[in-house]
Design a protein around this ligand. Structure first.
Ligand SMILES: Cc1ncc(COP(=O)(O)O)c(C=O)c1O
Length: 421
């Protein structure tokens, strides 16, 4: 028999094995100073393109004031206990009502964290005889929720309608045998590549197949749709989403999340969501803060307008300069380049050190080998100057990537990495 920790001592995992070269710089970087378009990285100001503060609320003076006042009034403990036992308040209910009305649903329920809440909602919605059909590129919280499911599950090819239909047919056959139902899960916006889930077409399939639709709209909430209600509103199918989810971690620049649906469904989930029944209630400071942020989303359309002005300027600028930004249909702006992991590291270092531009870097195994993805999140607090500077920087790094500079620079990184393989 082996010691349980043997595998940990031997193998730190696909990303963990690069910790020595990458930690503190490429992963777990420390961005300092007030959350904004320009923050400090290792003592130097950089333009930040990696923060999901879409509407620029994180450091908005009105938000900071309300957060501070709520912290002074309630501290970080109140209310104590789970919602069901002793952690329920009028303000929790008020926030739920306002969230429900914002996303055009009858009812809503608060979740302490989006990730944990998604896992738990999937768990509560399905029984063993039910079948789950979901996108192969789903966020980890969906995958983990599905892992809890004791019945059948099928993945479909990313956003591929033929594959969705094929898997609905397979799921229908199983559900007819087991006497269960079907839950189809999609994201409203896929956070890496920025494509919207094909909600309109999925909803059309409801004419042919009997299933319920659950949408994780983490990136769509507050950024898409006429009123900011998200990808469903943008595609004209918000009413046909059976269960809607969004986190506070992006447009609302906070912590917490919620689900929204018909009242009867939320009433059921309220009594069956294990992550909420057996965990402390969302702290009041976050509830009060979310009420303020939501009010700003409702009353200050200029925030979303400014966000989209920046998104369009950045995405059009990148395209005009010949960059491949894939098929994004949202604020998430991926820039695809070709190169190895060591080249990607040299490129990002150049971008940060010499051009003062900070964006997240995504490489294999998250995306195919040989591709480098620079993932950019434009926000309402960016300026046209930030965008122009970044476009100049990107053209410079592309030239150096193409003329082999990073290959040479990365030779030492490659050698270090080879010794780890
Ligand atoms: C698509 C998606 N779903 C769920 C989550 C988890 O939300 P939270 O950060 O509130 O746990 C995230 C990340 O924030 C996300 O991007």
């Amino acid at each position: 028999m082996r010691d349980l920790f043997d595998k940990i001592y031997k193998d730190k995992g696909p990303l963990g094995k690069w910790a020595e070269q990458a930690e503190g710089y490429f992963v777990f970087p420390k961005l300092e100073g007030p959350i904004s378009n320009r923050m400090k990285f290792r003592g130097k100001k950089v333009i930040t393109w990696s923060i999901n503060d879409y509407l620029g609320l994180a450091n908005h003076p009105e938000v900071r004031k309300v957060d501070a006042e709520a912290a002074a009034e309630y501290g970080s403990a109140y209310p104590m206990g789970a919602r069901m036992m002793s952690g329920h308040t009028q303000l929790h209910e008020k926030l739920q009502d306002e969230l429900a009305s914002f996303v055009h649903k009858q009812s809503a329920y608060l979740l302490n964290f989006g990730y944990q809440g998604m896992v738990s909602t999937i768990d509560a919605l399905v029984s063993k005889q039910d079948v789950i059909v979901y996108d192969v590129d789903a966020h980890a919280c969906i995958i983990d929720g599905v892992r809890l499911h004791l019945g059948q599950r099928f993945t479909y090819k990313h956003n591929d309608l033929e594959s969705i239909e094929k898997n609905l047919q397979r799921a229908t056959k199983i559900a007819e045998q087991t006497g269960g139902g079907i839950l189809l899960i999609s994201e409203g916006v896929f956070g890496m590549r920025g494509e919207q889930g094909r909600l309109k077409e999925i909803v059309e399939l409801k004419q042919k197949y009997n299933f319920r639709l659950f949408v994780d709209d983490a990136h769509g909430f507050g950024t898409l749709g006429k009123t900011g209600a998200g990808a469903g509103e943008e595609q004209g199918v918000q009413d046909d989403i059976d269960v809607y989810f969004a986190t506070f971690a992006k447009s609302l620049a906070s912590t917490g999340a919620f689900i929204a649906a018909d009242k009867e469904i939320i009433d059921y989930l309220k009594y069956n969501l294990r992550s909420q029944m057996f965990a402390k209630s969302l702290q009041m400071q976050l509830v009060v803060g979310a009420l303020k942020r939501l009010e700003m989303l409702r009353t200050m359309p200029e925030l979303k307008n400014k966000l989209w002005e920046n998104v369009n300027a950045l995405q059009n600028g990148l395209k005009e300069n010949g960059f491949d930004i894939g098929t994004t249909q949202s604020c998430v702006t991926p820039v695809y380049l070709k190169g190895s992991i060591p080249e990607a590291m040299a490129l990002v270092k150049d971008l940060r050190e010499n051009h003062g531009v900070f964006c997240s870097i995504v490489v294999y195994p998250v995306i195919p080998k040989g591709l480098i993805l620079l993932r950019m999140i434009p926000t309402a607090s960016h300026t046209l100057e930030d965008i122009e500077e970044t476009l100049v920087a990107f053209s410079a790094i592309r030239e150096r990537l193409e003329n082999g500079t990073y290959k040479r620079l990365s030779a030492s990184v490659s050698a270090a990495m080879a010794s780890k393989e």
